[in-house]
Design a protein around this ligand. Structure first.
Ligand SMILES: NC(=O)C1=CN([C@@H]2O[C@H](COP(=O)(O)OP(=O)(O)OC[C@H]3O[C@@H](n4cnc5c(N)ncnc54)[C@H](OP(=O)(O)O)[C@@H]3O)[C@@H](O)[C@H]2O)C=CC1
Ligand SMILES: O=C(O)CCC(=O)C(=O)O
Length: 424
């Protein structure tokens, strides 16, 4: 039987409970009836697998793999796969539920799911990661499917892992099924624009929020936590829109330059330095956590969950927080952010650009056709702008912060769909 990791969080909040506390507030504001509440409060399916892998030294190591389908009311479930040592069931459950709300906020026809493997990809060879990815796919072959459950990249995974997943799933079906996964390399049916899509959506959300707050992007400063897919693209695109990015970070620490970091240079440095910013000379090194409390206009947490907590929220000075990561703000910290009058564009809105372009990839795969980058970007920008405005209007109508407004928009859509379908 698979070993179920107990939630390892010590002074952190349980991520699923954190998600539920927001869900409860929004459900109450919306007057959600008990029947739908009970359906949505628990994931539809939770799968845990043990994956024995032969390591390069000939030893066998057993990894825990998870896939949680929170809901398939709006359509096949959709959500990324995370490779990280902190992966555990409650985290995956929360991430899966956030996918349900996210897809509903941007109005794409998917339910929500998430997967993960508890592993440290930085300490594994490419061959070990490939064997692990193929074993996970084999174990999930009855779960995945272009009309059932469609994975994608998340922390610690990217096009390479999605290619292995597509190949392993296709072998089991006896034919190529590229629509089973998104975020693939272009030659395998990946979409132009998917790599930068999440960071681009963060940029579009930040620009929309700055307009509401009357912050001039050319006079604004910004700090970005996490310099992976989401953080580096968000930083690059915000810099192109005029913001001065004064700090970026990865696990090696935070890098600060009051005059602005040259983001293209930092990306080049990272790409030529084993994927890390360690030793970057274009900025001074500051303690990683200090990035979050810098005197900046815009803060973009784009690493992992629960980084803005009751322990540091008092020190946050940004006027605007745009959540590139999933769940970076704990529920308890939320209350303080609201009291301080900081606008927080929530994860389920701000980082929805990724799943939006994943949807476009799936559509293109099913059409057997390719869109231009321009078409992808125009359509995803439009979806992100409309979703932002919709949530903003709901926040005015219900007199609630943007996060609760986003949950209200999402839950309302899922509940209405559930009612029309007549329940399950
Ligand atoms: N990829 C996508 O399309 C989407 C991702 N997201 C969310 O965005 C977040 C980031 O994902 P993604 O960019 O894909 O992941 P990546 O693995 O590409 O990047 C994660 C980044 O966070 C850094 N990091 C990890 N821990 C810390 C820390 N404690 N302090 C500072 N930096 C840290 C990593 O550093 P290092 O490189 O040194 O390891 C890396 O730079 C996650 O919450 C994910 O769920 C949301 C929507 C879509
Ligand atoms: O692109 C996707 O399908 C999902 C991306 C994801 O995991 C997320 O938005 O958190």
């Amino acid at each position: 039987m698979a070993y179920i990791e107990p939630a390892p969080i010590k002074d952190k909040e349980n991520p699923f409970e954190s998600m539920m506390s927001r869900f409860n507030i929004a459900a109450k504001a919306l007057g959600l009836d008990d029947e739908v509440y009970n359906v949505l409060k628990t994931p539809a399916k939770q799968v845990i697998v043990s994956l024995p892998i032969t390591m390069d030294d000939g030893s066998i190591q057993v990894f825990d793999g998870f896939r949680v389908i929170h809901s398939n009311i709006l359509g096949p479930s959709k959500g990324g796969i995370r490779y990280d040592m902190d992966v555990h069931l409650d985290e995956v459950k929360a991430l899966a539920a956030w996918m349900t709300w996210k897809c509903a906020v941007v109005d794409i026809p998917y339910g929500g799911a998430k997967g993960g493997i508890k592993c440290n990809p930085r300490q594994m060879s490419a061959g070990e990661i490939e064997r692990l990815t193929r074993a996970y796919t084999s174990a999930m072959v009855e779960i995945f499917g272009p009309d059932r459950d469609i994975p994608a990249p998340d922390m610690g995974t990217g096009p390479r892992e999605m290619a292995w997943l597509m190949d392993e799933y296709s072998k089991a079906q006896g034919m190529t099924v590229n629509a089973v996964v998104t975020g693939k390399p272009l030659v395998l049916g990946g979409s132009l624009g998917r790599t930068e899509a999440t960071g681009r959506g963060v940029m579009v959300s930040a620009m929309a929020a700055m307009e509401k707050l009357k912050i001039n992007p050319y006079q604004a400063t910004c700090a970005v936590q996490g310099f992976g897919n989401v953080g580096s693209w968000a930083a690059k695109l915000l810099e192109e829109r005029g913001l001065k990015i004064v700090a970026v970070s990865d696990v090696t620490g935070a890098y600060y330059n009051a005059n602005g970091i040259n983001i293209n240079e930092a990306i080049d440095y990272k790409n030529n330095n084993n994927g890390t910013l360690e030793g970057y000379k274009g900025a001074e090194v500051i303690p990683g956590d200090d990035l979050l409390t810098l005197e900046v206009d815009v803060l973009v947490p784009a690493a992992k969950e629960d980084v803005i907590t009751i322990h540091n929220v008092d020190k946050i000075k940004a006027k605007l927080i745009v959540e590139g990561a999933n769940g970076p703000t704990s529920a308890k910290a939320d209350a303080v952010i609201n009291e301080k009058g900081i606008m927080a564009v929530p994860d389920i809105l701000a980082n929805a650009g990724g799943v939006t372009v994943s949807y476009f990839e799936w559509v293109q795969n099913r059409l057997g056709y390719k869109w231009t980058a321009d078409r992808v970007n125009r359509r995803s920008d439009r979806i992100m702008k409309d979703a932002f405005e919709n949530v903003y209007q709901a926040s005015q109508k219900y007199n609630v912060p943007m996060r609760i407004a986003a949950y209200i928009v999402a839950i309302d859509k899922v509940a209405k769909t559930y009612k029309f379908r007549g329940g399950f």
